[in-house]
Design a protein around this ligand. Structure first.
Ligand code: 6MZ
Length: 354
């Protein structure tokens, strides 16, 4: 059993769907609580660490999950905190065997301490830099998130920031695209579509949360943008309340889907692991990647997720290896970086991975 678990840790992995503030480990949450206690001037009640993570076996509604993010955002409210959590999150992914990480985050301003959205992004990039200056062997890229609740003006501002930062990214971490996320039951998608269209025109990659809950109108509008990747895609299938037209479109354009199993189970958007849509798309040989979504909130790292996929759907080590390697082609990275990653996978392949 231990050898089995070490297989998933040693497995080189690609993480394509990780929200920064959802990925904060319990140990970093303790550091944040101490940081606020030391500052001695919080205007909110500090949460307990257990309040911002859903333990093994527990489940909540998706609505409750979004309340957890509000608590975390209060803890990560200045540039020191943003830099610290970014450094820790990147180091933890590296320690878990992740060799390529795309982290996504919603730029946030805080008028109380003067943090602007650009200061927020700079702090994220500085945090990545700190993590990489240690011995973390990982390539990191950044996506800027648009929250579904935001206005067109906020969304277009994020697109402009992403374009500016893409052009002046530091060598250690480039901004490669835009994510659309946030509470799937909220927001006005038709208002945001022109901003997403502009992002595409600017040459940014689009990773959009699509069909995390049933909402075929939004799904139709978002698929029409032909995103570069889909987050979740839980309710695309007709059997789940989506429709065949969605499935045909996603298959025809081979749009990769980021699968976040524990997030969907703990947030109760799927009934259980066995009911997860992973199986449909895996059997259809569609491009998919295994992802954590929010490794802190859902208390599950990427090795755990691969292990769960293998156990639930009976994948051999060889098949798990192939699944992890296939995610390289779905990265928002240059062909040179993809070749470099493929060499890492080749060099680390066990003689017999079963
Ligand atoms: C949709 C999610 C999400 O941006 O502050 N986020 N959006 N569905 C999910 N499934 C559970 N999990 C996280 O990270 C936290 C933000 O990521 C989005 C939400 O907008 C949340 O506020 P950042 O780094």
């Amino acid at each position: 059993m231990e050898a089995k678990q070490s297989f998933y840790r040693k497995l080189p992995k690609v993480e394509l769907h990780a929200h920064l503030n959802g990925s904060i480990s319990q140990s970093t949450i303790y550091k944040l609580i101490k940081y606020h206690k030391d500052k001695n001037k919080t205007d909110f009640v500090l949460p307990e660490a257990w309040q911002v993570s859903i333990a093994k076996g527990e489940q909540r509604s998706l609505e409750d999950c979004f309340d957890i993010f509000k608590l975390i955002h209060k803890l990560v409210d200045d540039t020191n905190a943003v830099k610290m959590v970014t450094r820790d999150v990147v180091q933890e992914f590296a320690e878990d065997g992740v060799r390529y990480l795309e982290i996504r985050t919603t730029p946030r301003a805080n008028t109380q301490n003067g943090m602007s959205k650009t200061a927020y992004i700079d702090a994220v990039l500085a945090g990545v830099g700190e993590a990489l200056s240690g011995d973390s062997d990982i390539i990191v890229k950044l996506l800027l998130s648009i929250d579904r609740r935001q206005s067109f003006q906020d969304a277009i501002n994020t697109v402009e920031l992403a374009s500016q930062y893409r052009d002046k990214s530091p060598p250690h971490c480039s901004v490669v695209g835009v994510d659309l996320s946030g509470d799937p039951s909220a927001g006005d998608i038709p208002e945001l579509v022109p901003a997403l269209t502009q992002a595409k025109k600017n040459g940014l990659k689009l990773a959009l949360h699509v069909a995390e809950i049933v909402n075929n109108k939004d799904t139709e509008s978002l698929l029409a943008l032909l995103p570069d990747r889909i987050g979740h895609g839980t309710y695309l299938l007709p059997s789940k309340g989506g429709c065949q037209q969605f499935v045909d479109m996603v298959q025809q354009h081979k749009i990769p889907i980021e699968m976040c199993l524990t997030s969907n189970v703990k947030g109760r958007t799927v009934a259980g692991y066995l009911d997860h849509h992973f199986k449909y798309w895996y059997d259809a040989n569609h491009p998919i990647s295994v992802c954590t979504d929010d490794k802190g909130v859902f208390a599950s790292d990427l090795s755990d997720e691969y292990s769960i996929v293998a156990q639930t759907f009976g994948l051999s080590n060889e098949e798990v290896w192939t699944l992890s390697e296939a995610a390289i082609d779905q990265c928002f990275a240059s062909d040179t970086t993809k070749q470099q990653l493929k060499r890492i996978w080749k060099d680390n392949k066990p003689c017999s991975s079963n």
